[in-house]
Structure formats: C-alpha cells, structure tokens
Ligand binder design. Structure first.
Ligand code: F6R
Length: 241
C-alpha cells in the first residue's frame, strides 16, 4: 500500500520526509536504512539542522546503508562511505561503530555480501529511506534482480552509469561497473519505507513502481507488496500518476 504525497518543490519534499524521520528517531534505539544520491540530501540537511538547533541525538541510532560501488576505496571522494560522512554522519552525534556501509574494496566481495546481510538480519530496520533510479532500480537492484535477493553484487546498467556520471566529471568510464547492494528481500523487511523522487526523469519509474505490473523489469514495483510505503514526490516526478 502506497501513501503518496505530492509536495510543491524539493524543499517541501524534504520536509515531508523529515517529518516521518523525526517520529522514528524519537524511538529509543532506532534502526535507520539510509540511501545516498541526490534525493535524500535535503532530508539529511534537515536532520543536521534539527540536531544543531533542537539537540536531537543519534547516539543510540544504528544505520545500514543500501549500497556501495565496488572498486572504490572507502576514502575515495565518490564512495558512498565519503558521501554519508560528508552529508550526514560527520554532522550529527552518531557513534562510528553504529554505522554500517558495505565495503566495496574487499578482496572477497562475496564474503562481504554474506557478512553485511548477517549484520543487517540481526536488526529490524524501523525506517528505510529510498531513492529510485530512472530505470526503476532501488538500492542498486537493477532490472532483472530477483525479488528474493539479499545483499549481493550487481552489474550497473548503462543508464544508471550515465545518470551517475555527473558525480564523475561527466565521464561514464570513471563510473564503477559493479556495486554491492542490499537485496530486494532485505529492503522489504523494513517496518516502514519512504521513497523520495523528484524531477521529470523519474516520472516513468515512479509510474512503474506504483501503477505498473509487479515485475523484476521495474524492481521498485516489489514495493506494491509492502504495507507501509510513503512515496514523496514533486509534481514533475508525479506527472504520470
Ligand atoms: C543510493 C541508491 C540509488 C539511488 C538512485 C537515485 O544509495 O541506492 O538507488 O537512490 O539511484 O539516485 P538519485 O537520488 O541521485 O537520483
């Protein structure tokens, strides 16, 4: 079941996401599933502002990130580890040991998948934040990924690598070809999910997620089976609904 919110602009979209986040963060020991990319940046800014002005604490919070590029060292400027520290973690009071991000620079990435899934499975994510790819991916589960998948390695589609080239000097050859990602089944275990999408290039994927057939061609359509998903959109992303 989808609860759909269409907000006026990106700032309003981020405020709606923050309202949901704030309720969850007030719990005693919240477990957050977090995303990178452009979509959640406004939400993270609001979490930081709230931490600074109202003292909202993340000391007891545990986080699990969705994914990481394979082949980038942790401290690479475009690694998701760097992204999360710059855009959120370095600006709130979460202890480093409470943060989980899959490592994309291990010699044995299959082992890393198993270890990450084991750590994740020991928790229940209270709120999972998602963006959506223009090809309908969630996390880095690209079209064709199994609905039963747990943390795994995925080859990125050319469309995703093209979309993300903006972070790599607009040079697709610099964008990694593979990522380690939570699986679709891993994501579906979260108690509550929010999907943030803005801009016209997301309109088809948003339509596929909500109104399209449930198919691995649009991985986000698996969310039709979850009973607590709030989709927060701007008018451009909602244009086909
Ligand atoms: C990021 C992630 C991806 C992005 C998606 C949308 O951790 O898992 O699924 O959410 O590619 O990216 P943006 O928000 O940059 O449009």
């Amino acid at each position: 079941m989808f609860n759909i919110i269409i907000a006026e602009n990106y700032d309003q979209v981020s405020s709606e996401a923050f309202k949901i986040m704030r309720e969850v963060v007030r719990k005693e020991a919240p477990v957050l599933g977090l995303a990178t990319g452009s979509s959640p940046v406004g939400l993270y800014k609001k979490m930081i502002a709230d931490h600074n002005s109202n003292g909202t604490s993340y000391k007891n919070c545990i986080t699990f990130n969705l994914d990481e590029y394979i082949g980038l060292p942790k401290n690479h400027e475009q690694s998701y580890w760097t992204f999360m520290h710059e855009n959120l973690f370095d600006n709130i009071d979460i202890p480093e040991e409470n943060i989980h991000i899959p490592a994309g620079d291990k010699e044995d990435e299959e082992k890393e998948c198993v270890e990450y899934e084991t750590a994740l499975a020991a928790h229940v994510v209270d709120l999972q934040v998602l963006g959506i790819g223009s090809d309908g991916h969630i996390a880095f589960n690209e079209p064709g990924a199994s609905f039963d998948s747990v943390t795994h390695i995925m080859e990125l589609t050319e469309q995703t690598r093209r979309d993300n080239a903006r972070f790599f000097d607009d040079d697709i050859t610099q964008v990694p070809t593979h990522a380690i990602t939570m699986g679709l089944a891993s994501i579906m275990r979260a108690r509550k999910i929010i999907v943030i999408a803005t801009g016209a290039n997301k309109a088809d994927a948003v339509y596929g997620m909500i109104k399209g057939p449930k198919t691995t061609d649009c991985p986000a359509s698996i969310l039709q089976d979850h009973d607590d998903v709030t989709v927060i959109l701007d008018p451009a992303a909602a244009a086909r609904l």
